[in-house]
Design a protein around this ligand. Sequence first.
Ligand code: AMP
Length: 280
Amino acid sequence: MSPNVITNPLDLRHYTHDLHKRGQRLGFVPTMGALHEGHLTLCRAALEECGNCLVSIFVNPKQFAPHEDFDKYPRTLERDAELLKSIGVQAIFAPGVDVMYPPGFQTSVTVSDISKPLEGEYRPHFFTGVATVVVRLLLLAGADIAYFGEKDYQQLQVIKALQRDLAIPTEIKGVATVREESGLALSSRNAYLSPEQKAIAVQLNKIMADMAADLRDGNSVDAIEYQAQQNLLLAGFEKIDYLTIRDATTLMLPSDTTTAWRVLAAAWLGTTRLIDNMAV
Ligand code: AMP
């Protein structure tokens, strides 16, 4: 059956209310569309655990800076709906910008500490845009569980923090990154890459895996980062925002109290910015 396409908050409330009245559970997967196997994996987790899956498709203007790719971000709603139908997703929430941000909208949500390093340094507007839209989506959907990818590791930590701090009654679950066989993390932005750039892009995952292995071997973080950055530039990446090993909980530099480490990267191929991360 084709998914039920919902475009306004009232219909969405009714959808969730009706499910709950029938004693059913709802899993929610917020996306910006241009769906790929990564998104579908989150949907399958929702279907398996909750029995019902709602996917939102909304390219959120608040999380793009004026110079970023909001206008050229891929929009493929018809294809997305077909993919979601093929795996049995029951509902799509596809609101317009005026529905998400009606006239008079004036609230923004800022998560403090965890938003500051890494993405927060290079895209200062980004997490407030994400947090604001995610809070609104979570409250509109009223789902039991919402699923987010570890692909956007810092974003997942930001969302866990806001759910806890604002006592939002939807559980947040992280899902492991889905990769091509080459190791390249699936991303809607991979569509921007030429075949030559894609051949370079696959090196990122390998270099990150080397960093994790070197850390386990007891090498120093500074030395590992320096060597890895050289290797990434040699591989053909044009610019590195960060390629670093952090405390997996705080995302700050590892310290004596660190018990889990995470490799995180953001780097440029032409005008495309790729991010990835990996547990150590
Ligand atoms: P996006 O449409 O890029 O905003 O992503 C929507 C959701 O899908 C986010 O929770 C992402 O972290 C998740 N996601 C994107 N790519 C992947 C991937 N390769 N593996 C797992 N989850 C992903």
